[in-house]
Design a protein around this ligand. Structure first.
Ligand code: C6P
Length: 420
């Protein structure tokens, strides 16, 4: 099956990118909203689902539903196999060395909290330091703040320039033996900055400091190879990868995951339990207590195979074209200011318009059937850095088109007219 997925990817690698064919695989995209064709440009919040993923969920409940890792009966074994096969699909998607390095979680937020609670409990103490950056989503700020409050460690923040790029020299100066972890976004959700994560990791590893990448935004848009990156942890959310909600992944190198204590106790994570002493299961189960999101894991496996079938490199190239087109078109509308103009960007166009609150922009665009996000994007420190309370954010996926970006430009002009 995997060979078939990879063979298809190789075959399609040189074919033209047929966006209409791809769009036909996403039933939701044919909808009308407020009497207008839906233009879905809120992909950084969550991606739409192709029919194959929807079918997998239906198939699970009509043909496979059972609890896993517990039953000797047919359905339990079937569901277990499907779930564990999905883990292997995700292992391949990220090029992890071992399937047990893929821990299923509820999403990026839980993945990062798991590292903060488990790695943090074991390896972080008073006087230590954790490094994050100004760009982070609250999910990669608050867990570390909580850890620092509990342990007496200090949170240090890499500054950014006016384009929204990390100041690497400052980062290099911040590294020292007290730093126990560097945790940064691979791709910023608020600005679209693609961070130089390879360099960030090299610099940290030169001082034996592990690195966690928040891959919530990057994983759907660029090929992620955790072994090539050599990151220690990688967190992602299934729902942003065309998979179901409520499922995500923490990738961790075996040596860290083996050393980390479980955070949640319960079924599946134990080897044996007596009232005197409990011993824990092996990876990945040690870190996955209780009945998991079985159909979510299976659906995510189907989703990553679907993306591999199209080819992440082709997705990245096509989306790059869309972003360049949108940057040029929207950025040249008088009154529009782009927020986040890094040299390396992907998928996200954040902007403000003179004298119009981003929520009003979002509401007017919604009347045109156009879905964008308006607000602080769960990244309030980024907004503060740019001196704005909020931005409007259009975020692109491989099923979007230039015609949809044209519709966005027309909608923005309309908003400007309404408020002028
Ligand atoms: N950003 C956005 O609209 P969860 O909610 O756990 O699936 O993902 C959290 C998260 C973590 N890191 C980054 C970089 C993110 O972008 C997100 C989710 C969405 O930008 C919803 S706030």
């Amino acid at each position: 099956m995997q060979a078939a997925v990879e063979a298809e990817a190789t075959q399609t690698a040189h074919a033209p990118f047929d966006v209409e064919r791809i769009r036909a695989e996403f039933p939701i995209l044919t909808q009308q909203v407020h009497g207008k064709p839906l233009v879905y440009l809120d992909n950084a919040a969550t991606a739409q689902k192709p029919q194959v993923v929807i079918d997998a969920l239906e198939r699970y409940y009509t043909e496979q539903n059972a609890n896993i890792h517990r039953g000797v009966h047919y359905l339990s074994q079937l569901a277990t196999r499907e779930y564990e096969d999905a883990r292997v699909k995700i292992q391949r998607f990220l090029n992890a060395a071992e399937a047990h390095e893929i821990i299923f979680t509820r999403g990026t937020t839980e993945s990062i909290n798991l590292v903060a609670l488990s790695f943090g409990r074991k390896f972080v103490q008073a006087g230590d330091e954790i490094i994050i950056s100004t760009l982070e989503h609250h999910s990669n700020i608050v867990p570390w703040q909580m850890l620092c409050e509990q342990t007496g460690a200090t949170l240090r923040v890499i500054p950014i320039n006016d384009a929204g790029e990390l100041l690497l020299d400052e980062y290099e100066r911040m590294l020292n033996p007290k730093v126990k972890l560097v945790a940064v976004a691979h791709l910023s959700n608020a600005l679209g900055t693609l961070n130089p994560v390879q360099r960030i990791i090299e610099l940290a590893h030169a001082q034996d400091i592990p690195v966690l990448l928040d891959g919530a935004q990057a994983a759907p848009h660029i090929k992620v190879d955790v072994r090539e990156l050599d990151c220690d942890f990688y967190a992602l959310s299934g729902h942003k990868l065309c998979g179901p909600t409520g499922i995500g992944v923490l990738y961790g190198k075996s040596r860290w995951l083996e050393a980390m204590p479980p955070v949640f106790g319960g079924g599946d994570m134990i080897a044996s339990v007596t009232f005197e002493k409990t011993t824990y299961n092996t990876l990945p189960h040690k870190l996955e207590a209780g009945t998991p999101h079985i159909e979510g894991g299976i659906g995510l496996g189907v989703a990553v195979d679907y993306l591999t079938g199209i080819g992440l490199d082709r997705i990245a190239a096509y989306e790059h074209e869309l972003l360049e087109y949108a940057t040029e078109l929207i950025g040249s509308i008088p009154g529009v200011t782009l927020v986040g103009t890094a040299r390396e960007k992907a998928s996200v166009l954040s902007f403000t318009i003179d004298n119009i609150h981003p929520h009003d922009i979002g509401t007017i665009l919604d009347q045109e059937g156009i879905a964008i996000r308006a607000g602080h994007h769960c990244a309030q420190p980024v907004m503060k850095r740019f001196g704005v309370p909020a931005t409007a954010r259009a975020s692109f996926a491989f099923y979007n088109t230039k015609a949809e970006i044209d519709a966005l430009a027309v909608g923005i002009q309309k908003a400007i007219e309404v408020f002028s």
